[in-house]
Design a protein. Sequence first.
Length: 202
Amino acid sequence: MALNADQARAVAVRDGLCVVIAGPGTGKTETLAAKTAALIEAGERPLVVTFTRSAAHTVIHRLGALRRAATIGTCHSLAFRVLRRVSSPQPSAKRLLHAWEKERILRHLVQHRRFGSDPVEIEERITRLKARAAVTDDDRELLTLYAQEKGPCRMDFQDLLLDATQLLLSAEEWRILYQSSYTHVLIDEAQDLDPLQARFIA
């Protein structure tokens, strides 16, 4: 793939931090794929974290056969892989919420007028609180009610990150294994990571 001078400079960086700042449609994904390919060809083992599944598929497609030498996925898909690999060999009793189940839970929460009347806003608030921790009594009550509605055997995408992060923190041998598995971490749209996603990647 043909790169301009700025893209080539970003791809050439091997050590330390490299931050690429560019607007939409300027070739960031191409740069990410090219840098991943260059690292693989140099014998490195990159971890590529994308913000969306679409971006992950794009990088995988552009890498071709080289994709087998890299680990590529969204934070949530990577967390799922960690839980599946590291957790007990016994099948987990937990499962992801279906979309219709979450919609029903959010509609129930709307009935508590103090949390607002828009299910989308309530869902966004819950996501933010799980990422940054509840501060007010109202925040804590919302999370408690949501957890009660969800139950102990169902999980949302934030739970994936929370459980995977806690598992790696408590299982030192697995944490060391994962940290030593990659020589470089490439993050697409890193500015959009919330604190929970950042903790999981770290």
